[in-house]
Design a protein around this ligand. Structure first.
Ligand SMILES: [Zn+2]
Length: 374
C-alpha cells in the first residue's frame, strides 16, 4: 500500500513537473535571456529559465506546492503563493509572493536577486540581456550657475547627480551599452538643449537624474517621474511635425501633409509614454529590491526636460537632500554606487521585458501630477 501510494505521488509529481516544465520551455523565446512577465504592474521571472541558465537542479512537490532548488552546497526552498523563502535554511521575507503564471513558477525581482547572488554561474546571460537597448542618454540635473538643491551639510544636488550619472554611465558601458552624458562636468546646460539631444540621437532611452528636497524634512525616498498624460500628445505631435527634421518613415517624408506627420508623432509619443511608465516601474522595483530606501513610486509631471524628449524619457529622484539621514547616505560614494547599480538593473529588467511582453495594466500606482523647473 505504501509503495503504491508513493508510486502514485511520483507519477503525479512527474506529470506536473513535465507540464510546468514544458510550458516554461515553450515560452522561453529569448536565447540567453530569462523570460519575464508583468503581473499587476510588477516584473516576474520564469524560475525554470533561471534554473536552466544557471544549472540549478529543482524539484517541485505538487502536494505541498513547494519547490527545492539546489546547486553544490546551496539550497533555496519556496512555496507557491508564499512570501517566505528559505535560503540555506534561513527564512527571508519577500515583498511579493512566488506565483504560478500560465502554468509556470514565476518569481519577483527581489527573489531573482537572491537567486543570482547564490547560484549565478557568471555574467554570461547578463552581457546580452539588454536586448534592443543599445544607447542611453543620461542627464545629470542642474550644473554650473544652477546648483539645484543645496546640500545643507555636504555636496549640492548638481554634484551628487553628476557622480551618480557618471557611475551609471560606467556600469552601462561595461555591459556594452553606449551612453551619452548631457554634461560631464560642472557646467550649465538649458533644459531645452538637454531634451533636444534626444532628436536624431539614435538613443533608446533618456534618463534625467535629480535629488529631491521638501519643506517637510522627514520626507524621504526614491521616486521616478514620467510625462503627464494630461499633456496632449497630439499638441506635442503637431509642434514636432512643424519643427522637426526627424523623419519617422518614408511616407511622412514624402507627404506634405502636416496632419499625417502629426498623427505619426502622436503615436510615437503615446508609445513612448507607455514605455517610460514601464521603465519607471522596473527601476523602482529594482531599487526597492537592492537599496534600503523607501520607494515612493512612479509619478507624472509636466517637466520641460521630459516634454521635449523624442524617446521614452524619465526623471529619477534619487532621494531627499532635505532629509538629514538621506543626505548622509547620498554623500556616501558606496550608496551612490548602489543607486547607479539599481538603475542599471531596472533598465535591464525593462529591456528584457520590452522585447516581447507589454505591460498588462497601465495605471496602478500613478499619483498626483506635479509641475516644476526640471
Ligand atoms: Zn533637481
Amino acid at each position: 500500500m505504501r509503495n503504491l501510494k508513493s508510486g502514485y505521488f511520483f507519477v503525479i509529481a512527474t506529470l506536473i513537473f513535465l507540464i510546468v516544465g514544458l510550458s516554461g520551455c515553450a515560452s522561453v523565446s529569448r536565447k540567453g535571456g530569462v523570460q519575464s512577465y508583468v503581473i499587476s504592474g510588477s516584473r516576474y521571472f520564469s524560475l525554470l529559465s533561471l534554473c536552466d541558465l544557471n544549472n540549478v537542479k529543482w524539484d517541485y512537490d505538487p502536494l505541498t506546492r513547494t519547490a527545492d532548488l539546489s546547486r553544490l552546497d546551496h539550497r533555496i526552498k519556496l512555496q507557491t503563493g508564499g512570501k517566505i523563502i528559505f535560503v540555506d535554511g534561513s527564512p527571508r521575507k519577500l515583498n511579493e509572493p512566488v506565483e504560478i503564471y500560465r502554468g509556470m513558477l514565476v518569481i519577483p525581482v527581489q527573489f531573482r536577486n537572491i537567486f543570482e547572488a547564490m547560484f549565478s554561474k557568471s555574467a554570461v546571460g547578463e552581457a546580452i540581456s539588454f536586448n534592443k537597448i543599445k544607447k542611453v542618454i543620461i542627464d545629470p540635473g542642474h550644473g554650473g550657475k544652477d546648483p539645484g538643491t543645496p546640500g545643507r551639510s555636504g555636496m549640492p544636488e548638481k554634484d551628487i547627480v553628476l557622480d551618480i550619472a557618471k557611475r551609471l554611465s560606467g556600469i552601462l558601458k561595461s555591459y556594452g551599452v553606449e551612453t551619452v552624458l548631457t554634461r560631464s562636468s560642472d557646467n550649465f546646460i538649458p533644459l531645452e538643449k538637454r531634451a533636444a539631444l534626444t532628436e536624431n540621437s539614435q538613443a533608446d532611452l533618456f534618463i534625467s537624474i535629480h535629488a529631491n528636497a521638501n519643506n517637510a524634512r522627514s520626507l524621504s525616498g526614491f521616486e521616478v517621474y514620467c510625462i503627464s498624460p494630461e499633456i496632449s500628445d497630439y499638441k506635442r505631435a503637431l509642434s514636432s511635425a512643424r519643427s522637426s527634421s526627424l523623419d519617422l518613415d518614408k511616407a511622412s517624408l514624402a507627404s506634405p501633409d502636416m496632419n499625417l506627420k502629426a498623427i505619426l508623432w502622436d503615436m510615437t509619443y503615446t508609445y513612448n509614454r507607455g514605455e517610460a511608465i514601464q521603465l519607471s516601474r522596473d527601476i523602482c522595483q529594482s531599487i526597492g529590491a537592492s537599496v534600503d530606501t523607501r520607494i515612493i513610486g512612479v509619478k507624472k509631471a509636466n517637466y520641460c526636460v521630459l516634454r521635449g524628449a523624442y524617446i521614452p524619457a524619465i526623471l529619477v529622484e534619487v532621494g531627499f537632500l532635505s532629509n538629514r539621514k538621506e543626505e548622509q547616505l547620498l554623500n556616501d560614494p558606496d550608496y551612490r554606487q548602489k543607486i547607479a547599480e539599481g538603475i542599471r538593473r531596472g533598465i535591464q529588467d525593462y529591456a528584457q521585458g520590452a522585447a516581447g511582453v507589454k505591460p498588462e495594466k497601465q495605471n496602478t500606482n500613478l499619483v498626483k501630477s506635479k509641475e516644476g523647473r526640471r
